[in-house]
Design a protein around this ligand. Structure first.
Ligand code: ATP
Length: 444
C-alpha cells in the first residue's frame, strides 16, 4: 500500500486533502491522472448500466428532505458502536477492535484488543454516521438537513417520476453516480474508508416473485464488469451475508470483495431490498409509491434489487490491481526494474504519448502535428525531455497504453514506432493511420 500511496502522490493520481494545512482526515483529492482514471471508471459503469433499454439515469440533490432519512431508517439505525480509550483517548469502532492498532505511539505494534482486555475502554456508545448541517439562516433543530450517506434514496423517492417520464415498466432500473458522506469513526487504508466518497448505484424495480431471479442476474453482471475491465479473477470473490448479519431491509446480500494488500474488502454490495424502501416512503410521505400495471390492472409495490458500488473504492482496487514491478531491458542491454500500471485501456488516464526521438531535424514539428491530430479524439501527452527509455518509464507508471516515437525513418517514409505498454513490443505504423490504429485498440 505504501508504494501505491507514494506513486499516487508522485504521479498525480491522489493527493491528501488540504495537504498544506496538515491534511483533513478521511478526505482525498484526485490529481490530473486520478481525475481521468476516476472519470473513466464512472463512464464505464454508466455505459454498462444505461446503454440498455431498461435502465434510466438520474442525478438527485445531495441535500434531501430530512424525512427521507427517517423513512429510510438512517436516523434510527445508521450508527456504529464507538468506544474511547481512557488512557490515550483514541477512538475505535467497537466491532473493529480486533483489526485496529493501539492509538498510543508509546506502545508501537500493540493491538487495541490488548487494551480492551486490560479494561481501558469506555462502554460502547452508538454514533450516527450522517453529517448534519442546516438549511437556511436559522441554525435550529427545524433546519437540520443531512449530507446524503448513500445515493440510493434519491432514486427511491424519484421512482414514479422516472417511471412516468420515461414510460418504463418493471422490470426496469434507475442508475445514479454521486457523492456520499459518512462520518466514519475510523478512516483507514487510503481510499478504502473515507468520509467523502462517490457511489455508483443502480436500483432495479421488479415484481415480487421475480426478485430472486433478478438478484442472481445482477450479481453475475456486476462481477463480470470488474473482470471485463481487467481485474485479476483470483483477487475477486463473492461474500454472502449470513442471515443474522443482513441489514434490516435485506432479504439476501452479496458483497463483491477484492483482495487488497491489507486483506479482502468489499467494493460493491448487491442487495435484495424487497419492497421495504417504497413501502416506507409511502408510509412517511403519505403518497402512493405503487406501480399500476395497465395491462393486468394490478397495483403493486415493486421489489428492489440494488447494485451499490463505491467509485472511489473501485478506483483504488483498479489502481492496486494494475501495479506491477517488472524486470525490463535498458537501451544498453542491462536489466532494470520498471513500475508499470497495467490499467485496462479503457481506464487508462492518458491513451497515447508522442515523442520526438531527438529535438532536431524536424522531428519535434512532426511529433507536434501528430499530437494535434490525435488530441480531439484521445487524451494524449507530448514529451520531449530525457532519453526515450526514461520517457517510456514515465508513461508506464502513468499506465499509458501506447507510446508513439518520431525517428529518422519518419523523415523518409512518414512511419512512426508504436510501443505497447505491457508487451513493450514496437511496430511501425504510417503516421496517418495512427487515429484508426488507436481507435480500434482502445475500443477493445
Ligand atoms: P462497509 O461495511 O465497508 O462500511 P457498507 O456495507 O456500509 O460498507 P454500503 O452501504 O453497502 O457499504 O455502500 C456501498 C459501497 O459504497 C461499498 O461497497 C463501498 O464501495 C462504498 N463505500 C461505503 N462506505 C465507504 C467509505 N466510507 N469510503 C469509501 N467507500 C465507501
Amino acid at each position: 500500500m505504501d508504494k501505491i500511496v507514494s506513486l499516487s502522490k508522485r504521479r498525480g493520481f491522489v493527493f491528501q486533502s488540504s495537504e498544506i494545512y496538515g491534511g483533513l482526515n478521511g478526505c482525498w483529492d484526485y490529481g490530473p491522472l486520478g481525475v481521468e482514471l476516476l472519470r473513466n471508471v464512472k463512464d464505464q459503469w454508466w455505459q454498462s448500466m444505461t446503454y440498455r433499454e431498461d435502465i434510466e439515469g438520474v442525478d438527485a440533490a445531495i441535500l434531501m428532505h430530512p424525512r427521507v432519512w427517517e423513512a429510510s431508517g438512517h436516523v434510527e439505525n445508521f450508527t456504529d458502536p464507538m468506544v474511547d480509550c481512557k488512557e490515550c483517548k483514541a477512538r475505535f469502532r467497537a466491532d473493529q477492535i480486533e483489526d485496529s492498532p493501539c492509538g498510543n505511539p508509546a506502545y508501537k505494534g500493540r493491538k487495541a484488543s490488548k487494551c480492551q482486555v486490560e479494561g481501558k475502554f469506555t462502554e460502547a456508545r452508538q454514533f450516527n454516521l450522517m453529517f448534519k448541517t442546516f438549511i437556511g439562516p436559522m441554525e435550529d433543530s427545524t433546519a437540520v438537513v443531512y449530507l446524503r450517506p448513500e445515493t440510493a434514496q434519491g432514486i427511491f423517492v424519484n421512482f414514479l417520476n422516472v417511471q412516468a417520464a420515461s414510460r418504463q415498466k418493471p422490470p426496469f432500473g434507475i442508475a445514479q453516480i454521486g457523492k456520499a458522506f459518512r462520518n466514519e469513526i475510523n478512516t483507514k487504508n487510503f481510499l478504502f474508508r473515507t468520509r467523502e466518497f462517490e457511489q455508483m448505484e443502480m436500483q432495479f424495480f421488479v415484481k415480487g416473485g421475480s426478485d430472486e431471479k433478478w438478484f442472481e442476474y445482477w450479481k453475475e453482471q456486476r462481477m463480470a464488469w470488474f473482470l471485463r475491465l481487467g481485474m485479476t479473477k483470483a483477487k475477486l470473490q463473492f461474500h454472502r451475508h449470513e442471515p443474522d448479519k443482513l441489514a434490516h431491509y435485506a432479504k439476501d446480500a452479496y458483497d463483491i470483495e477484492y483482495e487488497f494488500p491489507f486483506g479482502w474488502g468489499e467494493i460493491e454490495g448487491i442487495h435484495n431490498r424487497t419492497d421495504f424502501d417504497l413501502t416506507r416512503h409511502e408510509q412517511y410521505s403519505g403518497k402512493s409509491m405503487k406501480y399500476y400495471d395497465e395491462e393486468t390492472k394490478e397495483r403493486y409495490t415493486p421489489y428492489i434489487i440494488e447494485t451499490s458500488a463505491g467509485a472511489s473504492r473501485s478506483f483504488m482496487a483498479f489502481l492496486v490491481d494494475a501495479y506491477r514491478e517488472e524486470q525490463a531491458p535498458t537501451a544498453d542491454g542491462k536489466m532494470e526494474t520498471r513500475v508499470v500500471m497495467r490499467l485496462h485501456r479503457r481506464l487508462a488516464p492518458i491513451k497515447a504519448a508522442v515523442f520526438p526521438l531527438v529535438n532536431r531535424d524536424g522531428m519535434p514539428e512532426i511529433a507536434r502535428n501528430i499530437e494535434l491530430a490525435l488530441r480531439p479524439h484521445f487524451r494524449v501527452f507530448y514529451d520531449d525531455s530525457g532519453a526515450v527509455g526514461r520517457r517510456y518509464r514515465r508513461q508506464d507508471e502513468a499506465g499509458t497504453p501506447y507510446c508513439i516515437t518520431v525517428d529518422s525513418q519518419t523523415l523518409q517514409d512518414q512511419t512512426v514506432t508504436v510501443r505497447e505498454r505491457d508487451t513493450m513490443k514496437q511496430e511501425r505504423i504510417a503516421s496517418d493511420a495512427l487515429g484508426r490504429y488507436l481507435r480500434e485498440r482502445l475500443a477493445e
